[in-house]
Design a protein around this ligand. Structure first.
Ligand SMILES: [Zn+2]
Length: 684
């Protein structure tokens, strides 16, 4: 087990903006950073990172947490693996206590797939460098391609021997199970090696884990395919992987551009030549998932095609996918007979860079020109060509960009602008309707999900209220009038959303204040009391009356901490061993109204109703306590009314009725008092 001290070191050193920044392109927005959520598909960023609070939160899909959570979620790894990742990133040495055998086995099961893949990588690598056959077949091939020792090392290149089951036998001798080997596609179902006599390219996840392999055949007279890849496994999903992304991600962000090539050797070769923002889609045509991955780093994509135009047109059709994702796409055709690797070798990296810069064509214009040349003089083909181009243009989400393209393409293809415009508009209108339908469907789904979650959180026993009746204090005006008490609280305190105006909301507000500000001084002039102390000492008598069990547990824990003199901090709850506590902490620390800038933009809300949340916690604490107490009091009043009614109905005697009425009177006095105080707080 990793020691508590190491965990603290890691947690204190990790900066959320840096950890997330390795995977998501973040832009500054006020005190926060904003980017496209890596956990769900979105076009407007709602993924928010708060450096001050050291947490992230997505307002689209609701995911949130600290750096450790982010790595767990993003890389699908366990808690200790996430800690190890961060320790490595920040150069922190991990101290471990002796682990029990059972724990070891558990851990091994968890890590085993990656461990085995890493083992395979090391095996192939060692075969390449240290066996005669590896050196004479594999290494000489790679050296012929001009790869240096450093490059071979960096990319983990290797050689899979010819023998039927050299790797499988070796792995089994070293304790790996045949079942695991098959699970990772390293061993075929007949117990022979999947990769044989091939130069091996290690495929990494974006975070650098070995997830699969690509192998290029070495023998010339075999009918086997030139390249084979690891089949789909639990850790390798080829439509989500781009070869080289792990090595390219920083350069892509830095240059704000991603270069896409076709082959593994192209990626390796360009990296070696100092062009590092390069990836390849391994063995598939580009997928939406791959584009989304690139889009987390940049909006700009440059696609390099080998200098034979045969496959280009088919490939171009697939590129509409990229347009749909609102990427700027450029296309570069290499000179006749060249691929990126060969061309770089022949001209050197400076000339190569210059070439792809100067020869980069806008994708749509490139496509128009290509099709126009083909269709010239053939009206039928011309009509088909227009439909084709129009379909591409219609995929561009930005209307301004679309109209520019219509102008240029019309000119290029000698077609009237208006005709193109009409065609495009027809398609766009249709797809807008489709998108709208989809959006509504998504929204309904999301609302259902939220409602279900909420239902789960609500107490199963609604107390004295019928389940679907609004809590009594929703009828606040009535209540205040009847009892002649204080006027309803002014608008400022009623800024709370109506739907949230429930018992649960009052309780959550208390919890929010405890988690967010619990450790701070309540009154700066009077230094000896914290916000938590103030709140808890005021509600201690009703602490057991929380309706929501989770909130009650948090409040109880805050009380325990306060009694112990342990400081209450947001971090304490973010890192809490109870995952419900963690989730709640993230939830209350990043409330949506505070954090979602595009929400404000969309609804054009002025900032008037957004007092700086951090500046108001004293006032908030006081009013929250009163609201909370008022709510609890209303419950008592209702309960008392019920027993009064019961006493009357059942004729149990005047005494009981009188007693209940006295209690009622007393409760109403307290209520009036609290309402009055509440009013004072707000007016102040
Ligand atoms: Zn999300």
């Amino acid at each position: 087990m990793i020691t508590k001290k190491t965990i603290n070191d890691i947690v204190e050193t990790s900066r959320i903006e840096e950890v997330v920044g390795d995977f998501v392109n973040l832009k500054k927005r006020g005190a926060n950073l904003l980017g496209l959520c890596p956990f769900h598909n979105e076009k407007t960023p709602s993924f928010t990172v708060s450096p001050a609070k050291n947490i992230y939160k997505c307002f689209g899909c609701g995911k949130g947490g600290d750096p450790v959570n982010f790595i767990m979620e993003h890389e699908s790894v366990s808690y200790p693996e996430s800690l190890k990742y961060l320790a490595e990133k920040y150069g922190i040495e991990i101290e471990e206590t002796q682990t029990s055998q059972a724990h070891k086995e558990e851990q091994q099961k968890l890590d085993s797939l990656y461990v085995l893949n890493q083992y395979a990588r090391d095996f192939y690598h060692q075969q390449l460098l240290q066996t005669d056959i590896g050196k004479s077949v594999g290494l000489s091939y790679l050296k012929n391609r001009g790869f240096t020792d450093e490059t071979i090392e960096k990319f983990g290149l290797g050689y899979a021997p010819k023998d039927k089951d050299a790797f499988t036998q070796n792995a089994k001798r070293n304790g790996f199970k045949g079942q695991q080997l098959k699970k990772l596609g390293l061993t075929s179902k007949y117990d022979s090696d999947f990769f044989r006599d091939r130069v091996m390219f290690t495929i990494h996840s974006v975070s650098g884990k070995v997830i699969g392999f690509g192998g290029r055949i070495m023998s010339k007279n075999v009918k086997a395919p030139k390249y084979v890849n690891t089949p789909e496994t639990e850790v390798y999903n080829k439509s989500k992987v781009l070869y080289g992304a792990y090595f390219a991600k920083r350069a892509i962000r830095k240059s704000d551009e991603c270069i896409l090539v076709e082959g593994y050797t192209d990626v390796v070769s360009l990296h070696q030549g100092g062009i590092e923002n390069v990836v390849a889609s391994s063995g598939t045509s580009l997928t939406v998932e791959q584009i989304r991955m690139v889009k987390r780093y940049t909006q700009n994509m440059k696609i390099l095609y080998d200098g034979d135009s045969a496959g280009v047109k088919a490939a171009l059709r697939g590129l509409d996918l990229v347009l749909e994702q609102d990427m700027n796409v450029k296309v570069v055709m290499l000179p006749e007979g060249e691929d990126p690797d060969s061309y770089l070798q022949s001209v050197g990296s400076e000339a190569f860079k210059e070439y792809i810069e100067s020869q980069a064509n806008d994708f749509i214009l490139f496509k128009s020109e290509l099709l126009f040349q083909e269709a010239s003089g053939d009206p039928v083909r011309q009509a088909a060509m227009i439909k084709d181009i129009v379909a591409s243009i219609a995929k561009i989400p930005d209307p301004l960009k679309r109209s520019l393209y219509i102008k240029e393409c019309g000119h290029l293809m000698k077609v009237e602008e208006e005709i193109l415009m009409n065609e495009v508009n027809q398609i766009v209108t249709k797809s807008v309707h489709q998108a709208e339908d989809q959006r509504k469907k998504d929204q309904r789904q999301y609302a259902r999900k939220k409602a279900a979650e909420k239902a789960e959180n609500l107490p199963s026993d609604p107390g004295n209220f019928p389940p679907d009746a609004p809590p009594p204090y929703l009828m606040e005006d009535e209540a205040y009038d009847i009892d002649g008490g204080a006027a309803p609280p002014p608008q400022s305190l009623r800024r709370r959303p109506a739907a949230a105006n429930s018992s649960e909301y009052q309780e959550k507000d208390i919890i929010r204040l405890l988690i967010t500000y619990g450790g701070q001084q309540f009154n700066p002039e009077n230094n000896d009391i914290t916000v938590a102390h103030f709140i808890l000492s005021n509600i201690e008598d009703v602490l057991d009356d929380f309706d929501n069990d989770l909130y009650q547990r948090v409040a109880q824990e805050c009380l325990d901490l306060t009694i112990d003199g342990t400081p209450i901090t947001p971090e304490y709850f973010i890192q809490h061993e109870d995952k419900d506590f963690r989730r709640l902490a993230i939830d209350v620390l990043q409330p949506e109204f505070e954090m979602s800038p595009q929400w404000l933009e969309r609804h054009d809300l002025p900032l008037r109703s957004q007092p700086m949340p951090d500046a108001n916690f004293n006032l908030d604490s006081i009013s929250s306590i009163y609201w909370f107490k008022l709510r609890k009091l209303d419950k008592l009043i209702e309960r008392n009314k019920a027993s009064m009614k019961k006493a009357i109905d059942e004729k149990t005697g005047e005494e009981d009725v009188m007693k209940a009425m006295k209690i009622h009177q007393k409760l109403m006095e307290i209520r009036k008092d609290i309402a009055l105080k509440l009013n004072t707080v707000i007016v102040r």
